[in-house]
Design a protein around this ligand. Structure first.
Ligand code: NAD
Length: 235
């Protein structure tokens, strides 16, 4: 069978696993708009107090105790059935991989790694959180003393161009494109939906709230992802 479906997921696919999204009704930013400042690179670099709070937030992140849900598993089934062209995610929580997806294009990086903003050295989040637990409130890079940050894309940071190119190829080269659990408000990720539609893909949006791309979609589904995605993808 041909691999015809590309999928873009967002924070909404993980809310049923207990990880809040940003812009949904119970989203982190909906409840506290000021929390957005923590995700801006310039603020992170300039403000040691914000970095200390960021490390505490990472320690307590819901991803560490979350389990994949039926939405994640539906995408594993799609891959195993040989019908998945590519899975692109904006999520940083690693739940697709934990569910069993083998090749995930992580547009916004991963919470499981840490990167030095000075020399680019990468280490594990587990190692960094161990240092935080033993009293280093803002652990510096062990190679150069620079500022460490989770290997995720903050506002003001560019996406990895090779990763973005893979995502764009996936959007261009598919018969169907599913946007699942994303408000489609963050560029360039959101633009993948238009790219797919322009190149002839059938666009399916599965999201509880309206998105700016709904008019372009062939099908819009507002029901909870875990309930509808398995049936939608069953083919
Ligand atoms: P978003 O918060 O902007 O939008 C999520 C959308 O999902 C909302 O429109 C909401 O209505 C919908 N939604 C939530 N639960 C749903 C469900 N069960 N069924 C159907 N729809 C549901 O998220 P985004 O578009 O992914 O953009 C947010 C950015 O934040 C991304 O860059 C991402 O990297 C990051 N983020 C990641 C995580 C994670 O890794 N789990 C969590 C929060 C934010």
């Amino acid at each position: 069978m041909t691999r015809t479906i590309s999928v873009l997921t967002g924070a909404g696919i993980s809310t049923e696993s207990g990880i809040p999204d940003f812009r949904g009704p119970n989203g982190v930013w909906t409840r506290d708009p000021k929390a957005q400042a923590m995700f801006t690179l310039q603020n992170y670099v300039a403000d040691p107090e914000l970095r200390r709070r960021s490390w505490q937030t990472r320690r307590q992140h819901a991803a560490w105790s979350a389990e994949p849900n039926a939405g994640h598993r539906a995408l594993v089934d799609l891959e195993r059935a040989g019908r998945l062209r590519s899975l692109v995610t904006q999520n940083i929580d690693g739940l697709h991989q934990r569910a069993g997806s083998t090749d995930v294009i992580e547009l916004h990086g991963t919470l499981y790694r840490v990167e030095c903003l000075g020399c680019g050295t990468r280490t594990t989040m587990a190692e960094a959180l161990e240092r935080v637990a033993t009293g280093e409130e803002d652990p510096p890079c062990l190679s150069c003393g620079g500022i460490l940050k989770s290997a995720t894309i903050s506002f003001g940071q560019h996406l990895d161009t090779a990763v973005l190119r893979r995502a764009q190829d996936a959007a261009r080269d598919c018969a169907e494109f599913y946007a699942v659990g994303t408000s489609l408000t963050v560029q360039p990720a959101a633009g993948l939906a238009r790219l797919a539609a322009r190149n002839g893909a059938r666009l399916v949006i599965v999201n509880a709230e309206p998105t700016p791309y709904d008019d372009l979609a062939d099908l819009v589904v507002r029901d909870p992802i875990g309930q509808v995605l398995p049936a939608l993808l069953a083919g």
